[in-house]
Design a protein around this ligand. Structure first.
Ligand code: GLN
Length: 477
């Protein structure tokens, strides 16, 4: 029996395998059997079990010979099904890519693998990352580990449950408008979205390129910062990667003499107008305790709350309609079995058969907002609003270390509760899309531990490029 605490910490695992308290093979077998025992939660689209066992044996061999481990040997990681892993299938939860095998590594996987991390499987997600409940997956919904009748959140729902049910140490997800933080909140774990450009997008299936970031879900902040330390940084394959030198953070960088943190909450958000009672009460309790931890809390006006969701959905549908045009069944993607005289019919049928309903809805909306006559009215206007939002957030973060927000206004929904109402689903993203519109880093912190079987999170946004304060905040609270 492998101790639960080892399944929840990379650091403790490495110490335990090096000291011979447990073998890597025992650990990997436990992760695999947790995944199999919970297969009704539909967490993994594919487990790489044979490779995982072979790699675990190699690590055990190294240890028995007294060799030094690579920095990530001992870490067991799941990847969302939209992150390319060489010679493995990657479908982005879509029938369109059902037979797509990647011939190259995403930069994130490349760096993980070269440092010895073990990639255990690919996790279920909403098709092309579009959704907030994981119900838009070609493989059916993932179910929340707390209660099977609840959604895990989305689009990185499988990623969140893979951590929640101890089927890996940490999970890589992607976050375009909250897909790492909101499922983390629904599953009672940490979910971190870095600054835009911090982690290369090379090999991440594009949804909306000016928003997409690979994010990390974990049981604790030190695992997350450890993985970030190793996968972040400039990349010749992604010109949007930040070129400024990357500073290591977390991992002992937290100062013992903590300076006083100053945080802002946005006026009126922590109220009945925006939050369900079950979220509001614990959030207010949390905020009330902050001053005793040496944290100053101030309320600030923010004029753009009502514009966040429209602005996000205009821009992301526009970008996705363009990004997804490559899936025509010729260059990429599903090919219809029918025969055609006209290539346009061929492409149309490939796309009709290959994409699911929500993806089609977004392609149509995006094409509309980019069309002649509506471009200025919607797309350009939304870009202008995005700039105003960014200016407002930047100026707040000149005065404050962090902005605190709820991650979700509600507890996890019942399966099917929002599925038929896309507008309600879009509106539920109100608090997470803000940091993607600005590009700033942000994180969900669970307010309860997993064993409490409760799932409310609080979210912090820090200054552009300042992930360190997000990690420090976890120490304060
Ligand atoms: N729920 C949001 C959307 O559907 C966010 C998705 C994401 O971050 N990938 O666009």
């Amino acid at each position: 029996m492998v101790e639960e605490s080892l399944l929840r910490s990379i650091g403790q695992t490495r110490t335990a395998i090096i000291n011979g308290e447990v073998t890597m093979i025992e650990l990997v077998n436990t992760f695999l059997s947790n995944a199999e025992r919970n297969s009704h939660h539909n967490i993994y689209v594919e487990l790489f079990d044979e490779e995982a066992i072979a790699q675990a044996k190699e690590i055990d061999n190294k240890i028995s010979k007294g060799e030094t481990l690579l920095p990530l040997e001992g870490a067991v990681i799941s990847i969302k099904d939209n992150i390319c892993y060489k010679d493995h299938t990657c479908t982005a939860g879509s029938f369109m890519l059902e037979n797509f095998k990647s011939s190259y590594h995403s930069t994130a996987c490349d760096r993980l693998v070269s440092l010895g991390a073990l990639i255990i499987g690919r996790t279920n997600c909403d098709e092309f990352g579009m959704g907030s409940t994981n119900e838009n997956s070609h493989y059916g919904p993932t179910k929340n580990g707390f209660d099977e009748s609840l959604v895990p959140g989305g689009s990185s729902g499988g990623a969140a449950v893979s951590v929640q049910l101890a089927c890996c140490h940490v999970a890589l997800g992607s976050d375009t408008g909250g897909s790492v933080r909101q499922p983390a909140a629904f599953c009672g774990i940490y979910g971190f979205k870095p600054t835009y450009g911090r982690i290369s997008r090379w090999g991440l299936v594009s949804y909306a390129s000016s928003f997409d970031q690979i994010g990390i879900l974990g049981n604790n902040v030190s695992d997350i910062s450890l993985i970030l330390d190793h996968i972040a940084g400039p990349d010749e394959f992604d010109s949007t990667c930040l070129s400024r030198p990357y500073e290591k953070f977390g991992q002992g960088n937290t100062s013992k003499d903590k300076p006083k943190l100053k945080v802002a909450i946005l006026e009126s958000i922590f109220s009945k107008e925006y939050l369900d009672e079950e979220v509001l009460e614990p959030s207010l309790e949390f905020l009330d305790k902050l001053p005793s931890q040496g944290i100053e809390v101030h309320s600030e006006a923010f004029d753009y709350l009502d514009y966040l969701v429209p602005c996000y959905y205009i821009l992301t549908t526009a970008e996705s309609s363009s990004n997804l045009s490559r899936y025509d069944g010729i260059r990429y993607g599903h090919q219809s079995k029918d025969t055609f005289d006209d290539y346009k019919d061929f492409i149309k049928t490939n796309r009709t058969e290959g994409f699911g309903l929500e993806v089609k809805r977004r392609i149509i909306s995006g094409t509309y907002v980019l069309s002649e006559g509506y471009f200025d009215l919607y797309f350009r206007k939304a870009q202008q609003v995005r700039n105003l939002i960014k200016e407002a957030i930047d100026s707040l973060l000149q005065k404050y270390d962090l902005i605190l927000l709820p991650t979700s206004a509600t507890l996890p929904y019942k399966l099917n509760a929002l599925h038929a109402d896309p507008i309600k689903m879009y509106n539920s993203d109100i608090f997470t899309v803000l940091s993607n519109l600005c590009g700033n880093p942000s994180m969900n912190y669970p307010l309860y531990t997993i064993s409490d079987k409760k799932s409310i999170g609080i979210q912090a946004i820090s200054g552009f490029g300042d992930e360190a304060t997000l990690f420090d905040f976890a120490e304060y609270i």
